[in-house]
Design a protein around this ligand. Structure first.
Ligand code: ATP
Ligand code: MG
Ligand code: MG
Ligand code: MG
Length: 468
């Protein structure tokens, strides 16, 4: 089953059960300054769960674009993590609850996707006996394959507001994929038990004092990772080997004249580039722009990290914008906004690549020298001031310096970096009376500059000439 087929089957399945299919919302949350990115399918529906808004319909299903930068370090290291991924979900706003959500999830997984029942494991929250009974008595999952897990993984809450226990579906991919440790089981970080679907049962309200009171109107929020499901159905070792990724990685491999599947360093680079390029392409298409703050900084960081991994493959000229073309070709059918924004997206990526390309080589050279100096002095730490100079002058996001230093077994003095950053901010504040919209304004002028090129101020001459 291709990624496209899984997407369609999921939405159709829930449509047939009374859900309205809605298009994916933007990666940039609207009316929610507390979030940088849409990181889950429920984000656009938060007001329906909190009661701040009334939904038009009470059953909805989506395939939502998601971005999770906290997972950035896992990309290419685990078989299952991306920064950008697609989350399939079904939602009930005060309509059905566990009694329907659980059997439907099982029906879709076993009947529609056809996954073998004996390979499926279930996690539930510690004391959620209601969920246990439905899984065991109604659905028929043997008790020994239902695992009770704690608050860190199986309870969803964000401070004050609606919250509740979760239940997850895992696929046992076989002993050969496991870490072999005695405690390996559901929830282990290795690749054996793959979490594919999370069902959140929104049934409590948590108040300021930390009390949980049952909600009169309960809700369902589920999320299934499309790339993970595709990897299972296509019988491949990782998300990156699915049809959703292979074309993109093959395209990059073609550019670099390398092959995927031979060397682990090359493979890692191909995976990171494909992942980050998807993230960057979708984020820019949804309106984000590289900058030095907030969302724009995350974007810049992803983009520059991808460019650096390009160097591992011997790609020294701007290349990422071309990979973005491959992403748009692969994903444009499902997300028509991509081809619509193609010109803009490629232009922004290319100009950012050019800007960074000029300083990457110099910055790398300086970092190598810093590493040598630190070693010679018997230290394992890169000074924060130096890391800040790499950031400020050479456009190295701190995370990039940290990662490159770590490859050499060194750390970065991040407190000193933060101090240097703060001092510079203070200087800038005093000098320009920074407004809170500065980053947007910077980004705006950057776009203008990308469009028009550098401009030269000729006001003095021209005005004088006219005045005479
Ligand atoms: P994991 O424990 O594997 O990190 P999670 O518990 O953080 O996953 P959830 O927040 O429950 O994930 O998200 C719902 C579903 O979205 C997951 O079951 C998984 O299928 C998918 N998913 C989550 N994070 C990622 C990611 N970084 N890349 C790809 N798919 C993901
Ligand atoms: Mg996670
Ligand atoms: Mg998990
Ligand atoms: Mg989960």
């Amino acid at each position: 089953m291709t990624g496209k087929e899984i997407r369609e089957k999921f939405l159709k399945f829930f449509e047939a059960r009374g859900h309205r299919i809605l298009p994916s919302a933007s990666l940039i949350p609207t009316n929610d300054p507390s979030l940088l990115w849409t990181a889950a399918g429920m984000v656009p529906f938060k007001p329906y769960f909190t009661g701040a808004a009334k939904p038009e319909v009470r059953r909805v299903t989506t395939c939502q674009k998601c971005l999770r930068t906290p997972d950035i370090e896992s990309v290419g290291r685990t078989a299952r993590h991306h920064t950008f991924f697609e989350m399939l979900g079904n939602f009930s706003f005060g309509d059905y609850f566990k009694e329907k959500a659980i059997p439907w999830a099982w029906e879709f997984t076993t009947r529609v996707l056809g996954l073998p029942e004996e390979k499926l494991w279930i996690s539930i929250y510690l004391d959620d006996d209601e969920a246990f009974d439905i899984w065991h008595r109604e659905v028929g999952v043997p008790a020994e394959r239902i695992v009770r897990m704690g608050k860190d993984t199986n309870f969803w809450e964000i401070g004050v507001g609606p919250c509740g226990p979760c239940s997850e579906i895992y696929v046992d991919l076989g002993e050969e994929r496991g870490c072999g440790s005695a405690g390996c089981g559901v929830g282990c970080d290795c690749d054996r038990y793959l979490e594919i679907w999370n069902l959140v049962f929104i049934q409590f309200f948590r108040d300021e004092a930390g009390n949980y009171t049952p909600l009169a109107s309960k809700g369902i929020d589920t999320g299934m990772g499309l790339e993970r499901v595709a990897s299972v159905l296509q019988g491949v070792p990782s998300n990156f080997d699915t049809d959703l990724f292979r074309e993109i990685m093959d395209f990059t491999a073609g550019l670099a004249g390398v092959k995927y599947g031979g060397d682990s360093k090359t493979d890692m680079a191909l995976k990171v580039i494909a992942d980050h390029c998807r993230a960057v392409t979708f984020a820019i298409s949804d309106g984000a722009l590289p900058s030095n703050e907030g969302r724009g900084y995350v974007l810049r960081r992803l983009l520059r990290r991808a460019v650096r991994f390009g160097r591992v493959l011997g790609l020294h000229e701007p290349f990422l914008y071309q990979v973005a073309g491959a992403v748009i070709k692969q994903m444009g059918g499902a997300y028509p906004e991509l081809p619509a924004n193609q010109g803009h997206v490629l232009k922004i990526i290319r100009s950012e690549e050019e800007r960074f390309g000029e300083t990457l080589a110099q910055g790398t050279e300086i970092l190598n020298r810093l590493v040598q100096e630190a070693r010679a002095a018997g230290s394992t730490v890169i000074r924060g001031e130096d890391a800040f100079r790499l950031y400020d002058t050479y456009g190295f996001p701190l995370e990039l310096t940290r990662e490159m230093a770590a490859e050499e077994g060194l750390t970065v003095d991040e407190e000193a970096f933060a101090r240097a950053m703060e001092e510079q901010r203070e200087r800038a504040r005093r000098a320009r009376q920074e407004t809170e919209y500065l980053s947007e304004r910077d980004a705006f002028y950057q776009v203008l500059r990308d469009k028009l090129g550098e401009t030269r101020f000729v006001g003095y001459d021209t005005l004088e000439a006219r005045g005479k």
